[in-house]
Design a protein around this ligand. Sequence first.
Ligand code: IMP
Length: 230
Amino acid sequence: MGTAPNRVKAEEKSSPPRPQVVYAFYMSNGATGLSRRNGLAGPAAKGVDRVLISKTRLQRRVKELAAQLSVEYANGEVVCVGALNGVICFLADLVREMDIPAPVELVHVDRFIDEDGHTVEMPNPFRESLRGRDVLIVEDIVDTGVTLKLLEEKVLAEKPASLKVCTLLDKPAHRIVEVQVDYVGFSIDPVFVVGYGLDYEGFYRNLPFVGVVDSAVWPPALLERPKFDT
Ligand code: IMP
């Protein structure tokens, strides 16, 4: 029998050197809304100009939506279909607040820009059968509507009993295709937002709030339109 490795007592552990940089701006600037109370205010939020929707508002709204959905589907279950990666935070929080059976089906959406600038692909089929079931598409954000339209078509091809859409954020001013959204967390102006699952170049998903990226840090041209490869 091997001997158990000696446990290092907590107080004996050498603590890692603390970063010397003090993010004073992010910790103290009331105008931006970025503060320790709001969630992350240090390196993870660097480049974020201001908080658009605080952690508290997100939590409150997610609970409200979950309560509505629990009533809507009270007599059965609803399969929640979410497109990775942006939906991770919202979907995880939403289903945990829903008081009904809510199996989760995650799909990958591959996006690329074609001549029209707006083509998306979804090669992965669903793993769960959606036939004859109530399905709820859960989106992080509906912007042009192209992704949602494609996802809807894919779900409808599976012949579900019903299909509804719930999105955390909606940017109706950017719409280029007509889509119906049944549940909206927040309708926002057409600004580029990050946090709570939403990214810029893969970063910021872990922010607990939704924020607006600093246009001085990132080129404005990139901020005007969403990036097309989440
Ligand atoms: P749509 O197909 O134009 O509606 O775009 C939907 C997808 O684009 C979302 O699922 C996001 O991944 C991404 N997207 C749109 N707007 C934003 C934004 O403001 N921030 C981050 N991602 C965005």
